[in-house]
Ligand binder design. Structure first.
Ligand SMILES: [Zn+2]
Length: 96
């Protein structure tokens, strides 16, 4: 999954479901198309990833979510995003 972007997902045992690949804060509730369908993204495993409802709606037709969820803490963009995704965030910041 996400070979081209290298984001991946971490399992979240208490809820027995994966965490959101983008924020790694909230449990994933949906499958997101990394490269948006409107931008030519397809339904393959390489272009789909678990996402929380916040990141999915914040991302919309972008490659990354515009903002972090309110319970996110740390560096934004997250350090686990590949460089091409981090580069899309205009003003990097630390959420405290
Ligand atoms: Zn998220």
């Amino acid at each position: 999954m996400l070979k081209d972007y290298g984001v991946g997902a971490q399992w979240y045992p208490p809820l027995n479901q994966p965490l959101c690949s983008y924020c790694r804060t909230n449990p994933a509730r949906a499958i997101d198309h990394v490269e948006p369908r409107s931008g030519g993204g397809d339904l393959t495993d390489a272009n789909t990833t678990p996402a929380c409802t916040f990141c999915k709606s914040s991302k919309r037709d972008r490659v990354v979510p515009l903002n972090p969820p309110s319970n996110y803490r740390g560096q934004w963009p997250p350090p686990w995003w590949p460089a091409n995704m981090q580069a899309t965030v205009k003003i990097p910041r630390v959420i405290k």
